[in-house]
Design a protein around this ligand. Structure first.
Ligand SMILES: N[C@@H](CCC(=O)N[C@@H](CS)C(=O)NCC(=O)O)C(=O)O
Length: 214
């Protein structure tokens, strides 16, 4: 199984399925494509039908789009452990991941993922603040509902945590203040071995994408 990724420093979509696969200790190799480099399209030609990353290649077949990859990994390799086991909780987790997948445009635009960015505050626009408040609301709701558990959004690590990992990275690097339970969750996620491994690789990358340096 091979996952094709963009730059670890910048590719928020790539981080999601990689985080899931790495956290659960799956066996896979990686191919890295430098985003917006001159040879990006050429590199994507073989395995990336939509000319985007991430793409998972398993048994010779390409699976593209971060959510589709996470769903496939969950079914094929995790025996369903990638989502909460309770049907209603699973439906809520899927709603929240879909909200991430199809929204929060202001945060994405103004606060690009930049894992190695030196932590420094920005002044979010009112649109970005609406996104941030909603994200903090989602985290707070999940953490309050699972107060007794392992400290992940749905008690145990799930696709939900993997999907919101790029947001965790952004809230950290743009120094966004959050209530204490959320701040603790952010620290927990930033300390996970899988994310530390990703960050080390991101810091070792040479390419700088100017538009993502805010
Ligand atoms: N909805 C897709 C988005 C994938 C995406 O936009 N990937 C970016 C990198 S983070 C990309 O490949 N950009 C290259 C381009 O747009 O030309 C997913 O969830 O995988």
């Amino acid at each position: 199984m091979q996952i094709i990724l963009g730059n670890k420093n910048y590719s928020s979509w790539s981080l999601r399925p990689w985080m899931l696969m790495q956290h659960f200790g799956l066996d896979f190799s990686e191919q890295h494509i430098s985003l917006f480099a001159d040879d990006m399209h050429e590199q994507m030609q073989v395995h990336c039908p939509n000319y985007k990353v991430p793409v998972l290649v398993d048994r010779g077949i390409s699976i593209w789009d971060s959510l589709a990859i996470c769903e496939y990994i969950n079914e094929q390799y995790l025996a369903g452990k990638g989502w909460p086991q309770d049907t209603l909780q699973r439906a809520i987790a899927r709603s929240m991941c879909s909200e991430m997948h199809s929204g929060f445009f202001a945060v994405r635009q103004e606060m690009p993922m930049n894992c190695r960015r030196e932590v420094a505050s920005i002044k979010p626009s009112s649109a970005a603040q609406v996104d941030i408040d909603r994200i903090v609301g989602i985290f707070s709701q999940c953490l309050a509902a699972n107060a007794e558990a392992d400290g992940f959004l749905f008690a145990e690590f799930s696709i939900m945590d993997a999907f919101y990992m790029p947001i965790v990275s952004r809230l950290h690097s743009y120094n966004i203040e959050t209530p204490e339970p959320v701040a603790q969750y952010l620290q927990k996620m930033l300390s996970l071995p899988a994310y530390r491994t990703w960050l080390t690789a991101a810091k070792a990358e040479a390419q700088v994408i100017d538009v993502a340096e805010v």
